[in-house]
Design a protein around this ligand. Structure first.
Ligand SMILES: N[C@@H](CCC(=O)N[C@@H](CSS)C(=O)NCC(=O)O)C(=O)O
Length: 262
């Protein structure tokens, strides 16, 4: 099924208005039964995978699974008695192969999802303002292009407010913008116009960390992120001058991830 509106979404306008207002009315009125949250790490690619479970319905979602860690991830899902409904990707990763396809093979009830703008195949193609429901919980989909054109961040009011930023916003850093339609100005605008309008207490969970961090908050990143504190022109110059080597697995990962969980 390629239509997200039947499977995962309602009321785009209401969500968009609520998510961008500060403080969000949804944050104040949130009713949620998410009590299971796991941050998992793949040391080879320095990738974080997130598992969120709804304790009432025992349904769960996984964000940015890594192929090499599917065994580990599904063991936790099983041990906690959860049923995976969605395997979401924040974008088409260039440094590792997504676990979505393998998870779908082993858990037939799980649907893969990624943004339509990514150009990747998946069961559900997401758009800005969509919602992903699991049990009593809602994940709000925010388009945050810049690292790639199809980058999405996922926001939930559960557990005091969490944003899964993919490679858009890293802790005290951000995703590079020198390939896969990367665009420094777009990334700066995504962060300042969307992520930095969330409540300051919102916890930030990125897709990667290379320095030993695990979590931050929107308020902390607004104050201390050395890249995103810069104005747009200075940010673009900094990003244009990074000259980082390409990810080792890029030539394998991008074609594989374009097929995603199809
Ligand atoms: N050495 C790693 C790749 C490291 C890297 O380029 N990370 C990306 C995200 S994965 S495409 C990035 O945006 N980094 C930002 C930065 O400032 O380092 C490998 O070979 O896989």
């Amino acid at each position: 099924m390629n239509n997200p509106h039947s499977a995962a979404c309602i009321s785009h306008e209401a969500v968009t208005a609520a998510v961008y207002a500060t403080p969000s009315p949804l944050v104040q009125d949130a009713v949620s039964s998410t009590t299971t949250f796991r941050q998992l790490f793949d040391a080879t690619s320095s990738t974080f995978t997130y598992l969120l479970g709804d304790d009432s319905s025992k349904t769960a979602i996984i964000i940015d699974p890594v192929l090499d860690q599917v065994e580990r991830d599904l063991q936790i899902v099983e041990e906690l008695g959860l049923t995976l409904r969605y395997a979401l990707n924040t974008h088409c990763h260039a440094d590792h192969v997504t676990g979505s396809g393998e998870i779908k093979k082993r858990c037939p009830l799980t649907k893969s999802a990624i943004s339509e703008a990514s150009g990747c195949k998946a069961d559900i193609l997401l758009h800005d303002g969509d919602e992903v429901h699991f049990g009593g919980n809602i994940l709000h989909v925010l388009a945050t292009p810049g690292h790639t054109n199809g980058c999405m961040s996922y926001y939930t009011e559960s557990l005091g407010g969490m944003i899964f930023t993919g490679d858009t916003l890293l802790i005290r850093g951000c995703g590079r913008t020198d390939f896969q339609e990367g665009n420094a100005r777009k990334l700066h605008r995504s962060v300042h116009r969307k992520l930095f309008t969330l409540p300051a207490s919102t916890k930030v969970y990125p897709a990667h960390d290379y320095k030993g961090h695990a979590c931050s908050t929107i308020g902390e990143e607004m104050a201390f992120n050395p890249r995103l504190r810069l104005h747009e022109d200075a940010f673009k110059k900094l990003m244009d001058d990074l000259h980082l080597p390409y990810p080792k697995m890029m030539d394998l990962a991008v074609p594989a991830n374009t097929q995603c969980g199809s």
